[in-house]
Design a protein around this ligand. Structure first.
Ligand code: AMP
Ligand code: MN
Ligand code: MN
Length: 326
């Protein structure tokens, strides 16, 4: 993958004035934390910074320092010098934010998804990095960009959430060193951990109860899945963000190699989320067959069809791959 050096990116950040810092739809902690961290650092350089996400700030991440700076894109397009796309594997996952940019001179693409094709002018993709937040920390450090406790906390949340709280195999010694540096820069671990992991709305756990009612196993209990229908979502009044991480309950089962979560969407598609516990089972490759992407051990896709149809097609493919892997 073509890799723009941090020096080139650092220079582009210093030399330009107007920035749009963007990330993917259905954002996660890495997307929102990374957007705020880079946006705040640029603001400290006295840049004009727009931090836009199609979905705006999620309620569950509204504790992030300066969360109010992250907004939905405006209806009236604006001119900027530089677009920075963070943590976004395919350009179209930037959603409507691109339509809010009337003109730009440069697009910088910083990401850790191996499936990222490298769109943009200055591209830095590091598939070994467990989070885009980790790449941003290295960029900020090497280019001596501003960092303060608010930036540190945003980076910490980005890294903590994308590593499953420092548990996934792409978590390295360097990740812990960075976490230590972020703590030194002012992150209050106890406080921030509670805000991320012990502050769920009750409806999220009620949703888990209903999801577990649909749980099924196949391929000798090596594949586990559950499904969220529109009816279930309506009954519980859940928000799209409520189900982030629930798939981990399936992954956590002994013997399960692949966990799959199906979510019926109002647009006639199904959002498929997949997790693998074995490097031998590449769920990114499975999801790419259905137009999606992601990482070897965590991937997703949006597939047209009814819930039942999509479940059948996807589970057939997963069963095949899992059977061939053993
Ligand atoms: P999720 O299951 O939504 O947490 O996504 C897991 C991983 O797959 C993330 O790294 C996403 O960026 C990626 N991913 C999810 N959905 C899609 C999609 N529709 N297209 C491409 N990549 C996706
Ligand atoms: Mn993400
Ligand atoms: Mn990420």
């Amino acid at each position: 993958m073509s890799a723009a050096k941090f020096e080139e990116i650092g220079q582009a950040l210093r030399e330009n004035q107007r920035f749009a810092v963007l990330s993917h739809v259905r954002p996660d902690g890495d997307a929102l934390g990374s957007q705020l961290a880079l946006g705040l650092s640029l603001k400290k350089l006295d840049k004009e910074v727009q931090i836009w996400n199609e979905d705006g700030m999620l309620e569950k991440y509204s504790f992030l320092p300066q969360a109010e700076l992250l907004i939905k894109p405006p209806g009236e397009p604006e001119d900027v010098d530089v677009i920075v796309a963070l943590d976004t594997a395919i350009q179209n996952r930037l959603g409507t934010t691109l339509q809010a940019v009337r003109s730009s001179k440069l697009c910088i693409n910083i990401d850790h998804h191996p499936s990222n094709p490298g769109y943009g002018d200055l591209v830095h993709i590091d598939p070994k990095a467990p989070a885009t937040g980790q790449i941003l920390f290295e960029l900020i450090k090497s280019q001596k960009l501003p960092i303060d406790s608010a930036i540190a906390e945003n980076l910490y949340v980005a890294i903590s959430t994308d590593t499953g709280s420092f548990q996934y195999p792409n978590t390295t010694a360097r990740t812990f060193e960075i976490a230590a540096e972020l703590v030194r820069a002012g992150v209050d671990i106890g406080r921030v951990s509670q805000l991320i992991y012990e502050n769920y709305p009750r409806r999220r756990v009620e949703l888990l109860r209903d999801l577990l009612g649909t749980m099924r196993f196949e391929a000798n209990d090596r594949v586990a899945s559950f499904s969220l229908s529109l009816g279930m979502a309506g009954k519980l009044g859940i928000l799209p963000e409520d189900n982030e991480g629930l798939i981990d309950h399936l992954r956590a089962i002994r013997g399960v190699v692949v966990a799959v979560f199906f979510e019926e969407l109002p647009d006639g598609k199904v959002r498929v989320s997949m997790r693998s516990k074995s490097e031998k089972v590449n769920v990114c490759a499975i999801c790419e067959k259905f137009g999606g992407g992601g990482h070897v051990l965590a991937a997703g896709a949006r597939v047209r069809g009814s819930l039942a149809e999509v479940e059948k097609r996807i589970l057939e493919e997963v069963r095949d791959v899992v059977s061939r892997s053993s």
